[in-house]
Ligand binder design. Structure first.
Ligand code: ATP
Ligand code: MG
Ligand code: MG
Ligand code: MG
Length: 565
């Protein structure tokens, strides 16, 4: 690419709301421009990087035997009614109406659509297993879009869905997807960890997240120094042995709560998606305490918690340790409302803030407490939710837990029969009997990866792309091209030589000052830089510098080509 014919638009100033490095650098490099909250335009420069990521994801999905397809982003309400998620999905679901008044949503995910496709297309066990994927735009009306494309409302996801006759077959594809993800993030040049993820109230099956390690990450992950154990902190908290926990705190505090609200009301009030309500705890007690623990993902509302008012006794709100101290039992048992038993729940001690009605919920891994339903109608306190601490014993007993922050860039999940059952997606088995298919789903945040990579790799001057993600591998910087035709010609010849060898090169032929040319190339993160100047030409050499290295070297063209080859 000749830069004189490209649209490069680097800027010095960025808005104050760009809180983290990747957001600032993407704006400064001109990779993205904000259209509205959570909505971003990818400039030609940004798109080059996005496509690099997409290509690697596609290659590895194909290699792992998945088959690409493309589903609509606009999805009919009726389909979402079939799984019950039209209501259950919560505030992240953007609902729209067409001119006839028919209702649709802008797809935040595609289980419904792909299962509908599967129920029509797949008839026999002989067609299984099959793994469909797409790379497509999603919309989630995030409660707090932030960090640019890291947590956007419209974003690019690779989502795959596999269909099976048996759990064993699902486990096999799940393992293949896990390996494909390891390959993808390794090829992208990222430092990452696969961690056990929380499967929420629906429980049961396996789930792993792929977390790019970065201090600004919204997730906390715990990993053992004695084994491969690694988990999202939520999961680690659920599993951590009691001995590793801090000592129980003081007695329960009571709340006088004349409440008539349902759990759905609470979720609605907090404007959280059900998934974000992972750790809301309300406790009512009389003789034994009854804990009403919301631990959900998308399915929380399905659990249909009963009216709080129907529970007997006074209301109290307590932290887990307080409940443990008072009852000798960890909270997580649910009596009258029909939630599954033994759901582990952890709540911040600060949840014991008193009010007419107090509840808590998770927003972006942060536990919000002190929401006063009756009085303030707003969240008044935010406290970090963290029960497992650095140095705790790992749940598998293998060693000491360390805690790091991560950015969730991928998520694999064994879904089981939930969606296929709801939508009646069956195939006939060997005996000719219809069987509900078993499913897995596998997501990657393609656009989030771009930001995550920058978060992990940058310096004061700008981005440090891993080679696999760089918009171009090498920048050819031409000094004073207008005044020195020989320099211009030499740069052109080098540019052609690079192209012939399949080395992606950016020829900076804009004729701008050397200083601003170098600053731009550093900002946009090109891994290799070559300077073609009159002086170098006279000496028969090129000045080469690797991004992130402060030393330049003089190389002949052959040496340079060998180095980049
Ligand atoms: P998060 O916990 O960050 O909200 P999620 O668990 O809701 O993510 P999934 O439903 O697992 O997301 O979707 C698959 C992938 O899509 C995630 O692993 C993440 O990389 C990406 N993703 C999810 N939400 C967003 C978003 N708002 N902006 C950009 N990427 C996203
Ligand atoms: Mg989310
Ligand atoms: Mg998540
Ligand atoms: Mg996830």
């Amino acid at each position: 690419m000749r830069l004189s014919q490209f649209h490069l638009a680097t800027v010095k100033e960025v808005p104050a709301d760009a809180e983290i490095a990747s957001h600032r650098l993407m704006l400064r490099a001109g990779m993205i421009r904000k259209l509205a909250s959570g909505l971003y335009t990818w400039s030609p420069l940004g798109l080059r990087v996005l496509r690099k990521v997409e290509t690697i994801v596609r290659e590895e999905m194909d290699r792992a035997g998945a088959i690409e397809m493309l589903m609509p982003s606009v999805q009919p309400r009726e389909l979402w009614e079939e799984t019950g998620r039209w209501e259950k999905f919560g505030g992240q679901l953007l609902k729209i109406k067409d001119r006839k008044g028919q209702e649709f949503c802008y797809g935040p995910t595609h289980e419904e659509v792909v299962t509908d496709f599967a129920r029509n297309e797949l008839k026999s066990y002989k067609q299984l297993p099959v793994n469909f994927y797409q790379i497509q735009t999603k919309f989630r009306d995030e409660i707090r879009p932030r960090f640019g494309v890291m947590r956007a409302r419209e974003f690019l996801m690779k989502d795959a869905y596999s269909f099976h006759l048996t759990q064993d077959s699902l486990a096999e594809t799940y393992a293949a997807m896990y390996q494909a993800y390891v390959r993808i993030f390794t090829r992208l040049g990222l430092t990452f960890r696969a961690v056990q993820a929380d499967t929420g109230a629906i429980g049961g099956n396996a789930s792993h997240e792929f977390q790019v390690l970065a201090d600004s990450g919204e997730d906390a992950i715990a990993f053992s120094d004695g084994s491969d154990y690694a988990a999202n902190l939520e999961k680690a908290e659920a599993l951590a042995p009691a001995a590793a926990r801090p000592a129980p705190a003081a007695a329960l505090q009571r709340v006088d709560t004349p409440t008539q609200k349902t759990i759905d009301d609470i979720a609605g009030f907090l404007q959280l998606s059900p998934r974000q309500c992972v750790k809301t705890l309300l406790v009512r007690g009389r003789d034994g305490l009854v804990a009403l623990c919301l631990r959900g993902d998308h399915e929380i509302n399905e659990v249909k918690a009963g009216k709080l008012a129907e529970l007997p006794g006074e209301s109290v709100l307590a932290s887990e340790d307080e409940i443990l101290a008072t009852t000798g039992t960890r909270p997580g048992f649910i009596g009258p409302v029909g939630l599954p038993a033994s759901i582990p729940v952890i709540v911040d001690r600060d949840a014991a803030v008193l009010a007419d009605f107090v509840c808590g919920g998770n927003v972006d891994r942060t536990h919000c407490t002190g929401a006063n339903w009756e009085r303030d109608a707003r969240i008044t306190r935010v406290a970090d939710l963290r029960n497992v601490v650095e140095g705790d014993l790992s749940p598998d007993g293998s060693g000491v837990l360390h805690i790091a922050r991560g950015i969730e860039v991928g998520h694999v999940f064994q879904l089981g029969t939930k969606y296929a059952e709801a939508l009646g997606a069956t195939v006939v088995d060997e005996t000719g009997k219809p069987q509900v298919m078993t499913m897995g789903c596998y997501g990657i945040g393609v656009s989030r990866i771009v930001a995550a990579a920058i978060e992990q790799r940058h310096d004061e001057a700008g981005i440090l792309w891993p080679e696999a993600m760089a918009p171009w591998r090498v920048a050819v910087c031409v000094i004073n091209p207008k005044n020195a035709p020989a320099v211009s010609a030499a740069a052109e010849a080098l540019y052609q030589a690079l192209r012939q060898r399949g080395i992606e090169a950016l020829l900076d032929d804009r004729g701008v000052r050397a200083g601003s040319m170098f600053a731009d190339m550093e900002l946009i993160g090109i891994p290799h830089r070559v300077v073609v100047s009159e002086r170098g030409l006279a000496a028969g050499t090129l000045e080469y510098r690797a991004r992130g290295n402060s030393e330049s070297r003089s190389l002949t063209e052959d040496e340079l080509l060998a180095l980049l080859g």
